[in-house]
Ligand binder design. Structure first.
Ligand code: SAT
Ligand code: MN
Length: 588
């Protein structure tokens, strides 16, 4: 058989872009990824040799310990470089695109000397779906390559689509720190940069998840949100689940929660109510567009799970544990003496001894967590036992309900339905959450996180709200109903709601509302359940479902300040919703 000369791609603009990246970064070698098992195993072998990966006692699985300063997204080093600062808006860090490009070129110059450059073609969304988008990541991080293999559809099929001339989002990534050969090289000077007009991503200095797996937050949210605004669809930080009632009626829900508020757990929920079934379409990102019948259809652009490990246990998410039985990458978890991983909440009894995420000896009661609070697992979605048969349907699934949630110990009720679409957009815009470990910074502080998109919206937040309002005005649309939920209410003695599998009781009400079956009472804050199935639970439903009038009046002041901080692009409809809420609460 004749050996063909190696031509990496027939896509001229791809070849030019990669050629430019090679001239800039000066790698020793260039490898075009095909996504094969052999390639994956070879790269894992390199990572083991470099000390980045330790093989685990579960099949084909590895533990990585990151540099202790590279454990989460870096929001203060994330930039939106639109031509005008107005288009990035007050919630994003804006930089002038030309100036940023110059400073990036300085950082990337020669950065890959002594390293291999990997060219990673990938598809966000099922290959060939009109809703999908292609990207190509160039990186010097084999950890990013093997992670991208689980998180996206990566390799030859994506390259073939590019050969046919498809557009792609160029994603240039380097861990920085030229010459550093430690197990987890990274640079103190990190920057995660988006050029929304030219649809480009440049990421420097970090090997961690959302900073380095550029198909995820950078492409599928920040850049895709801009594409969606321009093309009339929605790119959202939402899980997608399929909920089947005991009678066999199916509803599809898309739900937005800030990072580390239990999206993965909800998407894989093991219901405590007999006859109910939850299946997973996606756990983090939803791309939604109208079909010919005017229904919003959602695809999951990702192919893998990048979940928070701590708190994932037999009681909270047995399905995630089942997904992790093999072929998994664990980052910043602890290692047990029998060569497996452990994290807080995985088992009730901690191991008697472990090596913690920093590589130090650990025993229970040492006062330090064994796993970093933002330790993560990376695994193909297909391994989760809860994936719905249609999770990769190129046409997507029709969304019946949109749910907004956050981590709020006070004020916000367990569940409510919006009066209408505009009120639903209002509920999305006022979302707030007590902060978690998913982003660097202080924890437990209330932060407004509209639509859970604060760190992920690639353009002005007021314009984003206006886009949502526009979607609701589309002629002939059969819009989903909109709900808000809050599993995290507390009293002095602890949690008011058991959460996890019992959240199906709230999903049941949402399901029945979609059929017009469940009853609700109209209040100024929204439509609240008249009853909820709490058989077998001892919970204070009155506390969970009451309108906390004083709490809301205080909340209104906070929302007013937040709205003021968004500037004059805030749609007047939302200001009006806030006034209506205030009047409604005052005259009760
Ligand atoms: O690191 S990621 O941004 O992918 C995880 C998250 O913060 O949701
Ligand atoms: Mn997320």
């Amino acid at each position: 058989m004749a050996i063909e000369p190696f031509t990496p791609s027939a896509n001229a603009s791809l070849l030019t872009w990669v050629g430019d990246a090679v001239s800039l970064c000066e790698p020793d070698d260039v490898h075009w990824c095909d996504g094969s098992t052999e390639e994956y195993e070879h790269l894992c072998g390199l990572l083991v040799d470099a000390g980045t990966f330790e093989p685990l006692a579960r099949p084909n699985s590895y533990l990585a310990r990151s540099h202790p300063g590279d454990v989460a997204r870096v929001e203060d080093r994330t930039f939106i470089c639109s031509r005008s600062p107005r288009d990035a808006g007050p919630t994003n860090n804006w930089r002038d695109p030309a100036e940023m490009r110059t400073s990036l070129e300085e950082r990337f110059a020669g950065v890959m000397r002594g390293r291999t450059m990997y060219v990673v073609p990938f598809s966000m969304g099922p290959l060939g779906s009109p809703a999908s988008r292609l990207g190509v990541q160039v990186t010097d991080s084999p950890y990013a390559v093997v992670s991208m293999r689980w998180m996206t559809r990566m390799g030859t099929p994506a390259l073939e689509a590019l050969d046919a001339g498809a557009d792609f989002v160029p994603c240039l990534h380097s861990i920085g720190a030229p010459g550093d050969t430690s197990p987890w090289p990274c640079d103190e000077d990190k920057c995660i940069v988006h050029f929304p007009e030219t649809r480009e991503i440049w990421s420097y200095g970090s090997g961690y998840g959302g900073n380095a797996l550029l198909g995820k937050k950078c492409l599928a949210l920040r850049i895709a949100s801009v594409m969606a605004r321009d093309e009339g669809w929605l790119a959202e930080h939402m899980l997608i689940l399929k909920l089947t009632s005991p009678e066999g009626t199916v509803k599809y829900l898309a739900a937005a929660f800030p990072s580390a508020c239990g999206k993965t757990n909800l998407a894989m929920l093991a219901p405590t109510l007999p006859g109910w079934r939850v299946e997973t379409i996606g756990d983090d990102i939803a791309w939604m567009r109208f079909d010919d019948e005017g229904r919003l259809r959602a695809i999951n652009p990702e192919a893998g799970l990048f979940g928070v490990a701590p708190g994932t246990g037999t009681a909270t998410n047995p399905n995630a544990l089942a997904a992790l039985a093999g072929n998994a990458i664990f980052t910043n978890c602890a290692r047990t003496d029998d060569g497996d991983v452990w994290w807080e909440g995985m088992t009730i009894e901690p191991p008697a001894h472990a090596i913690d995420w920093r590589g130090e000896h650990w025993t229970p009661g040492s006062g330090r967590p064994a796993a970093h609070p933002n330790a993560r697992f990376t695994v193909a979605s297909a391994q989760a036992p809860t994936m719905a048969a249609e999770w990769e349907d190129p046409a997507g699934v029709p969304i019946d309900a949109i749910v907004f949630g956050g981590r709020r110990s006070t004020v916000v009720p367990l569940v409510q339905e919006a009066h209408d679409w505009e009120h639903g957009v209002f509920l999305g815009s006022i979302m707030g959450s007590e902060t978690t470990a998913a982003a660097a910074g202080e924890r437990g502080r209330l932060r407004r996180d509209p639509f859970a998109m604060l760190p992920f919206c690639g353009y002005d937040m007021g314009d984003y709200f206006a886009h949502w309002l526009r979607i609701g005005r589309r002629e002939g649309a059969h819009l989903p109903r909109i709900f808000s939920v809050n599993w995290f209410r507390k009293s002095e003695s602890g949690w008011l709601w058991p959460g996890f599998g019992d959240n199906v009781r709230v999903l049941e009400w949402i399901h029945r509302r979609c059929d017009g079956a469940a009853l609700a009472v109209d209040t100024p804050i929204g439509l609240l359940p008249t009853s909820l199935n709490v058989d077998g639970l001892s919970v204070d439903l009155d506390a969970l479902l009451r309108v906390d009038r004083d709490g809301w009046l205080g909340e209104i002041e906070l929302i007013r300040d937040f709205y003021a901080s968004l500037g004059d692009t805030l749609p007047t409809e939302l200001q009006r919703q806030l006034d209506t809420l205030r009047k409604g609460l005052r005259c009760r």
